[in-house]
Design a protein around this ligand. Structure first.
Ligand SMILES: C[S@@+](CC[C@H](N)C(=O)[O-])C[C@H]1O[C@@H](n2cnc3c(N)ncnc32)[C@H](O)[C@@H]1O
Length: 272
């Protein structure tokens, strides 16, 4: 990921265009209600937290993210008095969690963040620590057992003779190394080892983005391709254009014939 206020604003625009799809997923995976005090891990700019407040009728949500830039934008764009709180914290570092979060939440959610987590054990332990006994954790993430459209392009760009010499410090492998590649059962067991009493994963194949504009797809590439940090500023546009060109060539279509990006996704539901 490339963190900046600029990328946060672009991410906000991308989210705005798919709120209905995100809500559909949030409301199928869990029930929400006025007793829910929710924690969101890796909340980014807070779009998902605000959606839960607006459509889930929850009591309140605390979203945290390790990026201060994203939290600053969340506080500006997705704040609601008495309902939302946004903080900077690292899901793998217990010392960054607020003491008052201990056993404080009825539910925890985390969307599209687990694939960026290196210490998955610490992540689970820290989520569990924040939940009330009997609380639920809903984790939606991109696993590494199949390539999604963006993975295919990340790898293509890392191997590209023009870009390889510039991006060798951050190749596709740096991102790929973090992806979970075990079985569903292994990950369910890991959650249980870390303090949950039960855990279940379902496969949720699906579209990450579909029917979006060229500019939106390019923004997505700019935000999520870590190797861009190693490209000189004056060549970033050329890099993004090459990656977008590859996306057009791969030409993934949904059943309605709309251009889209697919992403192999698992949804884990765990109970403390
Ligand atoms: C792809 S974004 C997803 C953001 C948001 N959940 C969404 O669905 O739009 C991944 C987020 O995870 C955050 N993140 C990555 N590692 C983290 C960590 N160790 N602790 C907290 N947040 C982390 C990043 O800063 C980024 O905002």
């Amino acid at each position: 990921m490339n963190f900046s206020t600029d990328s946060a604003i672009k991410l906000a625009a991308l989210h705005q265009g798919q709120l209905d799809t995100v809500w559909q997923s949030m409301s199928t995976d869990s029930d929400w209600g006025p007793d829910d005090v929710v924690l969101e891990i890796g909340c980014g700019i807070g779009a998902g937290s605000k959606l839960l407040v607006d459509r889930g009728n929850i009591k309140s949500i605390t979203g945290y993210d390790k990026s201060k830039e994203y939290i600053d934008v969340a506080r500006q764009l997705n704040f609601e008095e008495g309902k939302t709180t946004y903080e900077v914290a690292d899901a793998t570092d217990a010392s960054t969690l607020k003491p008052e979060w201990k056993s404080a939440f009825t539910k925890a959610v985390s969307y599209a963040t687990f694939q960026y987590i290196d210490d998955k054990k610490a992540f689970f332990k820290n989520v569990c620590w924040c939940l009330k006994p009997g609380g639920y954790f809903l984790l939606n993430f991109h696993h590494g057992n199949e390539m999604g459209t963006l993975d295919t392009i990340r790898q293509y760009m890392s191997d590209h003779p023009k870009w390889k010499p510039l991006t060798k410090d951050y190749s596709y492998d740096v991102y790929a190394a973090l992806l979970f590649r075990g079985t569903r059962n292994q990950l369910e067991q890991l959650a249980i080892e870390c303090g949950f009493s039960e855990a279940r994963i379902v496969e949720k194949g699906g579209y990450l983005y579909r029917g979006r504009t060229e500019e939106e797809y390019k923004n997505l590439i700019e935000i999520t391709f870590g190797q861009i940090q190693h490209i000189p500023a004056e060549r970033k546009k050329e890099f993004i254009d090459d990656a977008y060109q590859r996306l057009i060539e791969i030409n993934v279509r949904d059943e309605e014939g709309k251009f889209c990006l697919t992403s192999p996704t698992w949804v884990l539901t765990a109970k403390k």
